[in-house]
Ligand binder design. Structure first.
Ligand SMILES: [Zn+2]
Length: 176
């Protein structure tokens, strides 16, 4: 859906056709009719059907929806008719909706960028620490008497580090 279509749908839901027409023409609807502004009307012949959102004048055969009315009455194109309704009836759909959406999108992008940077720095730091620990393990395993408690401890540490290195390469987060 284009943004104009979204706004069009929202205006349709939030604004009664009769309310808009009454405001525009300065007339009060009587028995669902007003004097037709599109021909020289003497007896109210323009019929407004709010349930369908349509107007119709059988005398001059003019009809349509809220946008058609605004376009004809004010001589606007479709886009300007929507802008007019949005402003005139304080719907604030055009400006608000789009800017909020954009703000959210920008905030999400910013958040994602910061998270990635944070992860990168954290991983780099973690990687350096792991490399250091790994070297200690290798040296200790080489120096210590095999199968002593301490040697087994370093063996286990080394196995855990191997797992974490693999996970870092694969982009994972936790060792089992
Ligand atoms: Zn008419």
């Amino acid at each position: 859906m284009f943004k104009l279509d979204i706004v069009k749908e929202q205006i349709r839901q939030q604004l009664l056709l009769s309310t808009a027409i009454e405001r525009l023409t300065g007339q009060r609807m009587h028995k669902g009719r007003i004097l037709c502004p599109f021909h020289n009307d003497t007896h109210p012949s323009l019929i407004i059907t709010d349930s369908k959102g349509l107007f119709n004048c059988p005398a001059c055969n003019t009809g349509g929806d809220i946008y058609k009315f605004v376009m004809l009455y004010l001589g606007l194109n479709f886009k300007d008719a929507i802008t007019y309704l949005d402003k005139e009836f304080d719907l604030n759909l055009l400006g608000q909706r789009i800017s909020v959406k954009q703000q959210i999108a920008l905030r999400e992008q910013e958040k994602k960028r910061k998270q990635q940077e944070y992860i990168r720095v954290k991983q780099e730091k973690e990687y350096n620490n792991m490399c250091q620990d790994y070297r200690i393990c290798i040296i200790s395993l080489d120096k210590l008497e095999p199968w002593t408690d301490l040697w087994c401890y370093y063996l286990e540490q080394k196995a855990q580090l191997d797992c974490r290195f693999n996970l870092l390469e694969e982009g994972g987060s936790e060792c089992a």
